[in-house]
Design a protein around this ligand. Structure first.
Ligand code: PLP
Length: 398
């Protein structure tokens, strides 16, 4: 089919042209005397995106799951007690990873559509008087269900009972897209991946690590080699790595960090919010339901949308791909066939999202869903128009 594929899965996301061009470089010597000068500023800019001055950010040549494993294996010991909650495919996988590492896992199974259960965390942490719980895990943005959780709230729960457990946050589909504040929220291990908000190919796993988490290494007995922070610390200090790094991706990262920081993180978050809200307006106009059960859970990076009973969401996704060259996100695990997802993160603007809404609308009508032509597109475009006008007016007033 002529024209490009319209990519609206929640990662890998669209790569800006300048980032793609930046990666079109010859292979280089990762031990060259000037390689460190190229790498060191990347660490500094990454810290700005993670919003940490006190912590350190590591880059592993892995997907996000590797970054999870690094966070866990460097800071915990077999049998350590941890609390986690699962409310979607990815938070469920976190839980699985913890169990496979031989930790004592207390898991809160939450209805899909909601997120981290603060009350349950507060109760269990308050009861844990002798501080057996070593880690508290929270998925900031559950990509499978389009649910965002309150990480500042998790920090408050820990502070309210003066609990010393480390706070681990999965920020893979949130960091660089929606508000994330590592130092302010006292996040000890913050996990990210290159193929979402960083607008890069898959292949860099990021871990932001607080000083407290770095100190926890001394007692942590889980085995680690590839993901050992110690080896990274020694070599990263001068801009090098303990093994062959993904040099090409670093050139893309340099450009994607420039794009994020030039736009300004607060503007990046506001853009994601407006684009997400336009999708929510379309969903309401289609008279469909989001999987997220209320505004407090809405995600600004991905919307998971239920199709009505009697329809199969995989047919919407298949038809969109085959007929309109539009890639929508599939319903994962228990949402398979029940929901489709629109990923609206990364390199995204108004007319791009309108194309996804138009294509989804056409694909839904194609399978006989009762949706008037153009209602979703109309609701989204009117919202985008009016919110832009409102933004311009307030800019002028300021
Ligand atoms: N956590 C979340 C919230 C995700 O969205 C994903 C991937 O989509 C992962 C973890 C796993 O990351 P990766 O596929 O990069 O290993």
């Amino acid at each position: 089919m002529p024209g490009r594929n319209h990519l609206f899965i929640p990662g890998p996301t669209n790569i800006p042209e300048s980032v793609r061009m930046a990666m079109n470089v010859p292979m280089q010597d990762m031990r060259a005397p000037d390689f460190g000068e190229f790498i060191l500023p990347l660490f500094e800019d990454l810290k700005k995106v993670f919003k940490t001055k006190d912590g350190q950010v590591f880059m592993f040549p892995s997907s996000g799951t590797g970054a999870w494993e690094a966070a866990v294996s460097n800071t915990l010991s077999p049998g350590d007690k941890v609390i986690v909650s699962s409310f979607g495919h990815f938070s469920h996988l976190w839980c699985d990873l913890l169990e496979r590492h031989g930790l004592e896992v207390v898991n809160f199974d939450v209805e899909w559509g909601e997120g981290v259960p603060l009350d349950d965390y507060a109760r269990v942490l308050a009861e844990d008087k002798d501080h057996k719980i070593k880690g508290v895990f929270a998925c900031q943005n559950e990509t499978a269900s389009g649910v965002t959780s309150d990480i500042a709230g998790v920090r408050k729960v820990l502070d309210d009972c003066d609990h010393p457990a480390l706070l681990y946050v999965d920020g893979i589909s949130s960091i660089g897209c929606i508000d994330f504040r590592m130092d302010e929220w006292g996040v000890d291990l913050a996990v990210g991946g290159s193929q979402k908000g960083f607008m890069l190919p898959t292949g860099l796993g990021f871990v932001g690590v607080s000083q407290k988490a770095l100190a926890a290494r001394a007692q942590a007995k889980l085995p680690r080699t590839f993901f050992d922070f110690d080896d990274m610390i020694k070599t990263n200090a001068t801009g090098y790595f303990p093994y062959t790094p993904a040099t090409t991706l670093f050139h893309g990262l340099k450009e994607s960090l420039r794009l994020l920081l030039d736009e300004g993180l607060e503007n990046v978050f506001a853009r994601h919010n407006r684009i997400a809200e336009s999708v929510r307006r379309a969903v309401a106009a289609w008279e469909l339901d989001l999987v997220a059960r209320g505004p407090e859970w809405y995600s600004d990076t991905v919307s998971a949308i239920y199709v009505p009973d009697g329809f199969d969401a995989t047919e919407v996704i298949g038809g969109a791909y085959k007929n309109y060259n539009l890639s929508l996100g599939t319903g994962l695990a228990r949402l398979q066939g029940k929901a489709f997802r629109i990923g609206h993160l990364g390199d995204m603007n108004e007319l791009m999202i309108v194309s996804a809404i138009a294509g989804a609308e056409m694909a839904m009508r194609d399978i006989g869903m009762n949706i008037d032509p153009g209602v979703g597109v109309g609701a989204a475009t009117e919202y985008l128009r009016s919110s832009r006008a409102a933004n311009l007016a307030s800019d002028k007033a300021a």
